[in-house]
Design a binder for this molecule. Structure first.
Ligand code: SF4
Ligand code: SF4
Length: 502
């Protein structure tokens, strides 16, 4: 019998009958869970199990190709770092592009001080929402979002004794080490603790030097990195007096221990908030994520210290969160450059804890077809007004955009879609917020309703033509719109929150 073929449009290659049978089998999953007789949440769980079994690929190794000449970046190979800490970069003898400094100043000035009550999404109340969202990060982790380590709660210090003057000081490494019956028990308890402290997803992976910054530029004097805990000692004042550019650069030889394990956490950002992108409300959703990135990893680091192990919490500082999250099984890479998680799509922020604890069951990378879907979808590239996101069909080892020879933070040598960070950052300066339209537009960014997970999973399982079709269906159903004023009203509406996050 001749193979039956169906064409979705004349430019797409044919979809085979076998492919449609795959859709059919996914549909059969729906039937099998008996939706009418069980609750939606229970259906979602059963559906997840079926779909995980059917569609998720487990990898033994890191699932992205890395070229032999790949060199791990330094924390100042980052457009934001070079902008916000330009003087420090110059002080160690490196050049900084004035345009990038100006973009950063415009961004910081507008985002911190400007509002306009006639501009929806940028009013005084939106600005207040933003300020509160960022407050915990700004107070406790300071410049971590721009890549500066060893500040506030992300301190590298590993005290071995309680502060005798502080009854509730628990931030020290206990003398006695806790033991676990099995590596799985250890993993379960660490993950449970992380979730108690506020993580939405947790994965545990081995420390991988490829993803750590090879060097750190930290111009902040040690005294200024700590919360004020009493008058400085004469030794501390002497240290401050001698502080200068010759002490700005450190590396792993200055780190207090040899990390063996990295615990990676993802924090969901508010769906309605991100849907307002670009606006101060969208930035507030990101800022609330950053505040969670400051709080939860620190709590987990203190937990590990109380188990008797050394630990340092980190947000964007210390190393690259995206490959660590992929290695820890939290999601896949994507065209827009962020991790796309199974449950929340790209709408997550990531943080890490480095520890010397290694008696633990490690997670493995998992993929569910995102990179394949990205080849056809390109919705984020269409949504990006600056065209910072690549339209390349295939991922590549080197950036292909026009600034490719003068681009930072592009992780050359890793096979991925490369984003033009300079173009992106320029728009942040113009808007006075951190945009996020790419994330809002992505078909994987949906409330976590079970039927969306099914649709996403079908798209993951299917070849290119169906991917194009599914992108179109996403648009028809009204998902992923950007620059939509209605989304601001929806965010503030008491009825606007469309789901409770579970
Ligand atoms: S944040 Fe905005 S400017 Fe940057 S890549 Fe995404 S859509 Fe483009
Ligand atoms: S919008 Fe489409 S192309 Fe962009 S990351 Fe999401 S799935 Fe990939």
């Amino acid at each position: 019998m001749a193979k039956k073929e169906i064409k979705l449009n004349e430019n797409d290659p044919a979809v085979s009958r076998r492919d449609f049978l795959k859709i059919g089998s996914a549909g059969a999953v729906l039937g099998a869970v008996g939706l009418s007789s069980i609750t939606k949440d229970a259906a979602a769980n059963r559906l997840d199990k079926h779909l995980v079994d059917e569609l998720v690929t487990i990898h033994d190794e890191f699932p992205v190709e890395v070229r032999a000449d790949y060199v791990p970046p330094r924390n100042w190979d980052h457009v934001q770092y070079r902008s916000f800490f330009a003087d420090a970069v110059k002080a160690i003898g490196e050049e900084v592009d004035d345009e990038i400094v100006a973009d950063g100043q415009a961004f910081a000035q507008k985002m911190n001080f400007a509002y306009d009550d006639s501009k929806i999404g940028y009013t005084k109340t939106d600005k207040a929402l933003l300020a509160g969202a960022w407050a915990m990060n700004n107070f406790s982790a300071g410049p971590s979002p721009a890549g500066v380590p060893d500040f506030g709660v992300n301190t590298w210090e590993q005290k071995t004794k309680k502060n005798p003057h502080a009854l509730f000081d628990n931030d020290y490494v206990a003398k006695e080490k806790a033991t676990f019956k099995s590596k799985q028990e250890a993993a379960n308890q660490i993950k449970r603790a992380a979730k108690l402290y506020g993580a939405d997803l947790v994965g545990i992976t081995r420390r991988d030097k490829r993803w750590d910054y090879s060097k750190f530029l930290n111009p902040i004097p040690p005294l200024a990195r700590k919360a004020f805990a009493g008058p400085p000692s004469p030794e501390q004042l002497e240290e401050l007096h001698n502080w200068g550019p010759d002490k700005f650069v450190t590396d792993w030889s200055d780190f207090p221990f040899v990390p063996k394990t990295v615990i990676v956490m993802a924090f969901e950002m508010d769906y309605e908030g991100i849907s307002t992108s670009p606006s101060l409300v969208g930035s507030a959703a990101a800022g609330a994520g950053y505040s969670k990135m400051a709080k939860t990893p620190y709590q987990l680091a203190v937990y590990l210290k109380n188990l008797g192990y050394q630990a340092v919490s980190a947000g964007n500082d210390m190393g690259l969160s995206v490959p660590y999250a992929i290695a820890a099984g939290l999601g896949e890479g994507s065209r827009l450059g962020q991790v796309v998680s199974y449950k929340y799509g790209p709408r997550v922020r990531l943080a890490k804890v480095y520890t010397d604890f290694d008696f633990v069951e490690y997670d493995t990378p998992k993929s569910f077809g995102v990179m394949d879907f990205c080849k056809k979808c390109m919705r984020c590239a269409d949504a990006c007004p600056t065209k910072a996101i690549s339209y390349d069909k295939e991922p590549s080892f080197d950036p292909t955009h026009e600034n490719k020879d003068n681009a930072w933070y592009n992780i050359k040598g890793v096979k991925k879609y490369h984003v033009d960070a300079r173009k992106c950052f320029k728009l942040w300066g113009e808007l006075g917020d951190d945009c996020g339209m790419c994330m809002a537009s992505c078909p994987y960014n949906k409330p976590n309703f079970w039927h969306h997970r099914l649709v996403d999973s079908i798209t993951a399982a299917m070849p290119g033509p169906v991917h194009s079709f599914m992108r179109q269906m996403d648009e028809v159903f009204g998902y992923g719109n950007v620059e939509d004023h209605e989304s601001i009203k929806k965010f503030y509406s008491p009825k606007g929150k469309s789901y409770d996050g579970h």
